[in-house]
Design a protein around this ligand. Structure first.
Ligand SMILES: *Cc1c(COP(=O)(O)O)cnc(C)c1O
Length: 366
């Protein structure tokens, strides 16, 4: 079986050396040496400031909402945030879980990111934030979203779970918004097993979030804030440090897979339109089919041949009952019914990519 993604497993001896250090120090969590080291190294690698490591990418979103006051209760207002229906469930469910009503605005049919015109139409007097997703590592229209946020005094929290290392106009894409979050889940491009991070624009928001991830505790006898437990531990950081060391090899191998697919399929299938100023990270290989029937047919032919593509993202989130009742989002609905993400990981072989592409092309011709 060829899975849609595989966790990147770094050099084992190096990981062992980090574990030896953990055993010597007997320090497993609570802002340990390796968490501090990974924080510094990620800030340097990503070219960002104010990065906070947390236990996973969903808590990264929730801590960002809290630190920026999006979910604060005020008696006269039921908070809302405008977000995309075309994402992993956690983008919207984290809002709902925190008492913020997700309000969907439809995506752009080419970039698959939130369409700024639809954001503006969804704003009400209860709107507090915009939560866009740099979906599959593509850049949202950050300038337009920033202008809307300033005009209406809204916070912007980018779910950058797919955007690790993505460059935009010469800087990091993660520098846009009041905060941008990352997921370091095992299946992501860069991972710590489970883990995540928040990149804050302002230092004071980082400082508030630092207290929040450790129960609001600031000293042996002081509890300053309402907090929760969202700390990354030393074992996660050890994995991250090892994966980070091998990032260049990982990226190079993925870029090769990506280009191999592209040259085989570009004539026959529609791809995501990338922002022109983007430095892409080759994290995903999504393709769009003509209709749902064709999509299902390709999925089952691939499966018969031992290839596990995924309907990612399906369903469109406005149709998920636990998120409440929402109007249809036609563009997201249409794309989610016609999309497949093809297998992509560092040691996927060229011959495998060619075989997968061939199964798809043969199915389209039938
Ligand atoms: C993976 C992912 C998350 C959740 O991250 P976890 O680390 O699994 O909690 C959130 N949003 C998007 C877009 C993701 O892909």
């Amino acid at each position: 079986m060829i899975p849609v993604t595989k966790p990147y497993l770094p050099n084992r001896e190096k990981l062992d050396r980090y574990l030896d250090g953990i055993y010597e120090r007997q320090w497993l969590t609570n802002n340990g040496q390796l968490v501090q080291e990974l924080t510094r190294r990620l800030e340097e690698y990503l070219e960002v400031d104010n990065l906070l490591l947390v236990a996973n990418g969903t808590l990264a979103l929730q801590i960002a909402y809290r630190a920026l006051g999006v979910s604060d209760s005020r008696s006269d207002q039921y908070p809302e945030a405008i977000t995309t229906p075309f994402s992993f469930i956690a983008t919207a469910s984290s809002l709902k879980w925190d008492g913020v009503e997700p309000v969907f605005a439809d995506i752009d049919s080419k970039t698959w990111c939130l369409n700024p015109e639809n954001i503006e139409m969804a704003i009400t007097h209860n709107t507090r934030a915009i939560v866009p997703v740099h979906v599959f590592g593509n850049a949202c229209d950050v300038e337009a979203i920033d202008a809307i946020a300033r005009k209406h005094t809204l916070k912007v929290i980018y779910d950058g779970s797919h955007a690790f290392g993505v460059k935009y106009k010469g800087g990091s894409l993660l520098e846009h918004g009041d905060a941008a979050t990352l997921s370091f889940h095992a299946t992501k491009l860069f991972h710590t097993g489970e883990g995540g991070a928040i990149v804050f624009k302002r230092k004071e928001d980082l400082e508030r979030a630092k207290k929040m991830i450790n129960f609001g505790i600031t000293g042996p006898e002081t509890i300053e804030e309402l907090g929760i437990n969202a700390k990354m531990n030393e074992l996660q950081a050890a994995m991250g440090l090892c994966v980070l060391d091998e990032m260049e090899e990982n990226l190079r191998a993925r870029a090769n897979v990506w280009q191999e697919y592209e040259s085989a399929l570009a004539q026959s299938l529609q791809f995501q339109a990338k922002h022109q100023a983007l430095g892409y990270n080759y994290a995903y290989f999504p393709v769009l089919f003509e209709n749902e029937e064709q999509t299902r047919r390709v999925l089952s032919v691939l499966k018969e041949n031992g290839v596990l593509a995924r309907r990612y993202f399906y369903p469109s989130l406005e149709s998920v009952a636990s998120l409440g009742v929402h109007p249809p989002q036609p563009v997201s609905g249409s794309i989610s019914r016609r999309i497949l993400c093809l297998p992509i990981f560092a040691d996927l072989q060229k011959a495998e990519v060619q075989a997968i592409s061939q199964y798809i092309l043969e199915t389209l011709e039938r």
